[in-house]
Design a protein. Structure first.
Length: 107
């Protein structure tokens, strides 16, 4: 039986994250991925089986699935900034219309 398994083929996993889970020792990740579509590794009493369906090299364009959260956060932050700007402007215009603020000059 398996102590730990990951069968999701629709999500991408960074190689560094994989290395934290299994004992992959390589100095050249690109060469390792090119030469190994299926890997069987052992360490102590544990056996690790890994199948690579696809991979991207660091300088390649990232898959959309991998960047989805970053894109989402960028859009949310942009909307937040626009909302804050609009709220500040509305407060200023409201105070200006109702003459609810004073301007002080430091001479």
């Amino acid at each position: 039986y398996a102590n730990l398994y990951y069968l999701d083929t629709s999500n991408w996993v960074r190689f560094s994250k994989l290395q934290k889970r299994i004992p992959v020792e390589t100095y050249n990740q690109e060469l390792f991925l090119k030469e190994n579509k299926f890997v069987r590794l052992s360490k102590e009493e544990e056996v690790y089986l890994v199948k690579f369906f696809d991979y991207k090299i660091k300088d390649d364009i990232s898959p959309l699935e991998l960047e989805y959260d970053d894109i989402r956060n960028i859009i949310i932050n942009k909307r937040k900034m626009e909302l804050i700007k609009k709220m500040r402007n509305d407060i200023y215009q409201n105070a200006l219309t109702n003459k609810e603020f004073e301007i002080y000059y430091n001479e």
